[in-house]
Design a protein around this ligand. Sequence first.
Ligand code: DX5
Ligand code: ZN
Length: 217
Amino acid sequence: MPMRIDPSILAADFANLEAELARIGTADLVHVDVMDNHFVPNLTLGLPVVESLQKVSALPLDLHLMITDADRWAPVYAETGAYSVTFHAEAATDVVATARRLRQIGARAGLAVKPGTDIEPYLQLLPEFDMLLVMTVEPGFGGQSFMEDTMPKLRRASEAVVKSGLDVWLQVDGGISEKTIEIAAEAGANTFVAGSSVFGAENAAAQITLLRDLASR
Ligand code: DX5
Ligand code: ZN
């Protein structure tokens, strides 16, 4: 089972994004946090920046939409050519229709749940998704502490994916570092977002390799 490291550019220098991408060449994906100051109490970047990143990134873009009205906006983000688009269950009206739309456009379809949101109702919809994101912090800010109490939910999702026989990726996001990544891997995650622990490292490329090694043990 390959373990994927997905650095979040939320922790990068926003004035030098192309140079920051050059620091993470050993990563599998690039995680891009889109926040609208409605779904979460923070504002980051939107379509113009995603379009520019799409032009210069050698790695596939993994968009994490923390925005309301996901049914309307997720497909618009997929049209940028993004590899993967993840929207929040709490922000969508029809998660299945939105996921199908993403796949039609050619993006992988991801569904995210906040720490307080039950994943059980979505596990019967596994064939509709390419990835489930179990948030390990309250979405909105980088640099928060990993919430270990989300691990039973991750474990439950992992059991459902194994049972289904489907290749649905299980992603964790928030507080992932060399101190926490093994806990999440053990509970079934295979795709790890890491912001501050990667971009805050002196040698980001080496930090990515270290995280992947720890997750693969
Ligand atoms: C938080 C974002 C995360 C964030 C993770 O709402 O979704 O992707 O950038 O940052 P760290 O790894 O610093 O917790
Ligand atoms: Zn994120």
